[in-house]
Write a protein that binds this ligand. Sequence first.
Ligand SMILES: Cc1cc2nc3c(=O)[nH]c(=O)nc-3n(C[C@H](O)[C@H](O)[C@H](O)COP(=O)(O)O)c2cc1C
Length: 221
Amino acid sequence: MQIIALNGSPRKENSTTKKLVDEVLFGVRTAGAETSYIDLCQYTIGYCTGCGSCYISGNCVIDDDYPEILKRILSADGIVFASPNYINQVTAQVKTFLDRSADAIHCQRFSGMYGCSVSTAGGSGALEVAAYLNRTLGILGADTVGGVGVVMAEGEEAWNRAVQEARKLGKDLVDAIQVRRKFPEQEAVHHEMHERMKALILSNKDVWKHEYRYWQDKGWL
Ligand SMILES: Cc1cc2nc3c(=O)[nH]c(=O)nc-3n(C[C@H](O)[C@H](O)[C@H](O)COP(=O)(O)O)c2cc1C
């Protein structure tokens, strides 16, 4: 079993968020799975221009590292999304990556995958950012097992608590994948999303040829 983490902090090895992600991945390895890590800011990912080419052809007009990262994520069994809180949101690098994922959302490419999210913040909002990342994993089709967030201003005790939570979260992610855990509330959200995307694909079927074909091949239409 392979779990991949994607961190959108630009602070490389100094990233506090990376340190917390490392604890999640420690938990993952303790539970017997393999891990890999993507430092998102070391890659080149351009802004979505909203041209709709990916809906039509499955490919973006921008030639950059996005497809490679998506491919790596899709080849894993589970994903850890991580970002520090930048002005009560994910970093611009993470948002840029997510904006490029509209086709992946239309095609529910993360269906059957499991994930969790991690965030750190200076003074507030870490859990909110982790919750946003989990909601995004959800609209991509994944089930999420939980999130961990820590506000650094709360000091060492809060950090130590978060480390324990992060290790537990990593183990829980592996367990959820092993038993193919069901989340009835999330299934309802997936169902609603599926119906909404289906209507969208059908109403654009003459133009969004790649997405229509993808849904047909999946047997979802
Ligand atoms: C541009 C910028 C914006 C930030 N915005 C917030 C914020 O809105 N709220 C907050 O609590 N911390 C904010 N922070 C602090 C970071 O969230 C915090 O230092 C975090 O732990 C950094 O994680 P990293 O080391 O993984 O990059 C901000 C930091 C930067 C550089």
